[in-house]
Write a protein that binds this ligand. Structure first.
Ligand code: PEP
Ligand code: MG
Length: 325
């Protein structure tokens, strides 16, 4: 089975009727790149940079980060590499960086909220990413954006860092693409306001599901309520895609849901062709994709839209499920 799947690494990712997909990899360290490439990843759709900051006793400096991001860009050889700025807080902490004790960490001090408060830390990371952008096709992704003000602040800081680099004659990709994670319901609701200010959206279903359903993704007591197929989630996905289409933006999905073969008909129905997933899921998803057709899924939305529970949604999706190798 493993060998049959492995043989798909070189096969183009498309449906039977020719709808082409990008199946990219989520990575935490550059060590994951080798397997990503071996599994035929179209790029890195999500580089979770927080792992570069974890399990050590001080902040990684610019040069160290630059070296890592440059390696990712170079090793992917011109394929896109989406680097997400630091996403600590919530479930991820740093030993050397004191964060407040919080009653509700996932509703607390995390991700872009920390970066916008600690601009030195943020600028160091942005400098490293920009410098590395000269060596491949890097994109920047901000986590946990929930308002226009946050996005504007982040972009203003990015502009100032670009200005600094220009002043120092350091090369970087001047037209580097900048996107935001869509993982807070507020971002979905104001997606059409956010869209003109970015180059792409990346839907983070892990957090989006937790926040839509008010179910802590780390809390085992309520784990049975954590349901990516809940009708509310499907409606949020649709709304995000519509806002992106109106603004002519690329939209990808990078949460765990992207690697779940049951969700494939949803992407086909919504017109999402850009997925990023754990390195281990790429070939399985491709195998299902190769057996799917756009035509067969175009009518499915009406069926899904009528479902009043996640269970009913999964029942519909199961009818379209294609077997593993
Ligand atoms: C997500 O929230 O869906 C996501 C991809 O980010 P993370 O899992 O790192 O929070
Ligand atoms: Mg997230």
């Amino acid at each position: 089975q493993h060998e049959q799947l492995q043989a798909l690494a070189e096969v183009p990712a498309q449906t039977k009727d020719g709808a082409a997909f990008q199946l990219a990899a989520n990575i935490s360290t550059v060590k994951d790149l080798e397997l990503a490439l071996r599994n035929g990843a179209s790029g890195v759709g999500l580089f979770r940079t927080e792992f570069l900051y974890m399990d050590r006793d001080s902040l990684p400096q610019e040069e160290e980060q630059f070296t890592v991001y440059r390696q990712a860009a170079e090793q992917m050889g011109g394929k896109p590499v989406v680097i997400r700025t630091l996403d600590i807080g919530g479930d991820k902490s740093l030993d050397y960086f004191e964060l407040p004790e919080e009653e509700n960490p996932s509703l607390g001090y995390r991700a872009i909220r920390i970066s916008l408060d600690h601009t030195d830390l943020f600028k160091t990371q942005l400098r490293a990413i920009l410098r590395a952008s000269h060596y491949g096709r890097i994109k920047i992704l901000y986590p946990m954006i929930s308002s226009i003000e946050e996005l504007d602040k982040a972009n203003t800081i990015l502009e100032s860092v670009k200005q600094e680099l220009r002043g120092e004659s350091i090369p970087f990709a001047h037209n580097i693409e900048v996107g935001i994670m869509i993982e807070v319901p507020a971002a979905v609701i104001i997606a059409e306001l956010l869209a003109p200010k970015v180059d792409f959206f990346s839907i983070g279903t892990n957090d989006l599901v937790q926040y839509i359903l008010a179910v802590d993704r780390m809390n085992e007591t309520v784990a049975h309520l954590y349901d990516p197929f809940h009708p509310a989630v499907l409606r949020m996905l649709k709304r995000t895609v519509e806002a992106a289409k109106t603004a002519n933006l690329q939209v990808s999905v990078c949460g765990e849901m992207a690697g779940d073969i049951r969700a494939l008909p949803i992407w086909l129905a919504l017109g999402i062709t850009d997925l990023s997933m754990s390195v281990q899921s790429i070939l399985r998803v491709k195998n299902s994709l190769l057996q799917s057709s756009l035509k067969e899924c175009s009518a499915i939305w009406r069926e899904l839209d009528q479902c009043s529970s996640g269970k009913a949604v999964v029942e519909v999706l199961n009818k379209y499920l294609h077997p593993d190798v």
